[in-house]
Design a protein around this ligand. Structure first.
Ligand SMILES: NC(=O)c1ccc[n+]([C@@H]2O[C@H](COP(=O)([O-])OP(=O)(O)OC[C@H]3O[C@@H](n4cnc5c(N)ncnc54)[C@H](OP(=O)(O)O)[C@@H]3O)[C@@H](O)[C@H]2O)c1
Length: 125
């Protein structure tokens, strides 16, 4: 049986919700491992662009494990829309010229619900 290859250096990672807190932290970690990144935002373009700028500036100072510049792209998408989600995947593959290796499906908004014994359907969907 062949061994699993867990070396992520140079892999292409799609991170949804990268304009938010957890998504941007994930992006920083994958960048440290020399991964190329496709980052999504829904409404907060400024955060996504600032993150891209920061990651590229960082990778200029510290050589990535492959010794090259990271490729980072940003994509606007509403993941509640199946059409936009399909277009996102096609757009990422076109811009990077290869298939996505890793998906971090992180986008979403949290909402604190104190009484979980009854949650109305609209709150779930
Ligand atoms: N933080 C916590 O304590 C916690 C706990 C449990 C679970 N989570 C989950 O972890 C994930 C990230 O949390 P976070 O704290 O980093 O949240 P956050 O800072 O509010 O970021 C949410 C991200 O999701 C994006 N997003 C929301 N709805 C979207 C949609 N319909 N289509 C595309 N993108 C959408 C936002 O895009 P824009 O800002 O660009 O609109 C943003 O990038 C969420 O799914 C959250 O529910 C968080």
């Amino acid at each position: 049986m062949s061994q699993a290859n867990n070396d992520i250096t140079g892999r292409l990672v799609l991170i949804t919700g990268a304009s938010g807190g957890i998504g941007s932290a994930c992006a920083a970690e994958f960048a440290k491992h020399g991964c190329d990144l496709a980052l999504t935002y829904s409404s907060n373009k400024e955060s996504a662009e600032a993150l891209k700028h920061k990651l590229l500036a960082g990778s200029e100072k510290e050589t990535t494990p492959l010794g090259n510049q990271l490729k980072v792209t940003i994509h606007k998408v509403d993941l509640a829309s199946p059409e936009e989600t399909t277009k996102l995947c096609e757009g990422v593959q076109k811009e990077h010229g290869r298939a996505i290796d890793i998906l971090i499906s992180n986008a979403g908004y949290g909402k604190r619900i104190r009484d979980v014994s009854f949650v109305p359907l609209p709150e779930i969907s």
